[in-house]
Design a protein around this ligand. Structure first.
Ligand code: VGL
Ligand code: ZN
Length: 193
């Protein structure tokens, strides 16, 4: 069985200076570049909205297809991605979860590669990371969230920590990047949920 790293929405609009920024989103890039060394299967999701969508009734316009804001953060090591899953592409729903990708079926992709453990990193803790974690668990994957590789919008104090509490309650195991062996897998003594 295999493990995969799933990097959620590390795009300009979710980073400082973007349309819907996480205050410290830049910080995850260095961590993610480093942990990619621990994985042989690396996939990324991308928020990829049409110009007009119901999603923009709730949110400022962000991550519009083929704009600078929708580009991955420029320091992110994109060459290491095996596949990119686009989501939020329809104008009738939010498409928060990477499992709602419309270009490819993420569950099928992971199953074809015999993945049973999914490690999740990226932006944003309260929305797309949270929904992706829920769907990963629902689809039967052992799900880990790498906390220092995740940032949040932090609209209200406590939102970031609350999101992690919800993920844990749903059955995810919260870890930190130092818990990963450089050669892959978890260091001894890291307890699983
Ligand atoms: C996201 C709000 C709106 C996310 C996407 O990537 O978490 N949040 N669209
Ligand atoms: Zn969005």
């Amino acid at each position: 069985m295999n493990r995969a790293l799933l990097i959620v929405d590390v795009q300009n609009d979710f980073c400082p200076g973007g349309a819907l920024p996480t205050p410290k989103g830049d910080g995850v890039v260095t961590v993610i570049n480093k942990i990619m060394k621990s994985f042989s299967i690396i996939i990324a999701s991308r928020d990829w909205h049409p110009q007009v969508t119901v999603h923009f009734n709730k949110w400022p316009v962000h991550c519009v297809q083929n704009t600078k804001g929708a580009d991955f953060h420029e320091e992110l090591d994109k060459d290491k991605f095996d596949k990119i899953f686009v989501k939020g592409t329809r104008n009738i729903d939010d498409g928060y979860s990477a499992f709602e990708a419309t270009n490819l079926d993420l569950v099928e992709y992971l199953k074809n590669k015999n993945v049973d453990e999914v490690f999740i990193a990226g932006l944003t803790a309260e929305y797309c990371v949270l929904s992706t974690v829920f769907d990963s668990i629902k689809n039967g994957f052992k799900t880990f969230v790498i906390k220092d590789a995740v940032e949040g919008i932090r609209q209200n104090e406590g939102d970031f920590e609350d999101a992690f509490e919800e993920m844990e309650k749903a059955g995810a195991t919260i870890i930190n990047s130092e818990d990963l062996k450089p050669t892959g897998g978890l260091k001894e003594g890291i307890s699983r949920n």
